[in-house]
Design a protein around this ligand. Sequence first.
Ligand code: ZN
Length: 220
Amino acid sequence: MNQDSNGTNCNSGELALQRLRAGNLRFVSGDTHVPTLETDLLDQQAKGQEPYATILGCSDSRVPPELIFDAWLGELFVIRVAGNVLGPSILGTLQYAAVHLHTPLFVVMGHEGCGAVHAAISYKFEGMRQADRIEALLENIVPAIEGIDPSACEDTQMNIAVEANVRRTVRQLAGSPEGQKQLANGVKIVGAVYELHTGRVRFLENAGETEQRTPVKIEL
Ligand SMILES: [Zn+2]
């Protein structure tokens, strides 16, 4: 699964990233490759998995990574949680992907219009309360949106918050001792934002290093 048609080992983060980009382009263009069920492929799948990327995404019903990246069974190791935040079980699952599956690429994928991020903004700046377990979840998002301008328009706040939330999670992963070890071994950890209106995935450059906290001012 991690070899190309020439039998060359493609088990690298960069090639895995190219594969995700190509899959998303097929998804956007309506030229998907995902086949219908084939029993011989299922027999092959039953022998084990060798996914080429791990995706930490949001539970939102509109952002299933397998469809977005035109990937079939066994190709992506997917973790989904509202707001694509970390937590003990999520970290354990990511560690499993690193230690046992050796995926060369880890993607933290947020999305436009994320309800969890929106709820975190309302919770932080307007004191909007939620049920206790939801608030516990939102507490994981709040640190990412601390610097957002409360007077900015909602769309601007959301765009900045979604990206900041992704960047924070990437920084947490990349900055951990285990993340550092993975990076030293050539593993890639990248951030991404799915655009609801276009179906495109925008990969964030240097998501683990930089942080956008203020609205971009557009000169007219
Ligand atoms: Zn969401």
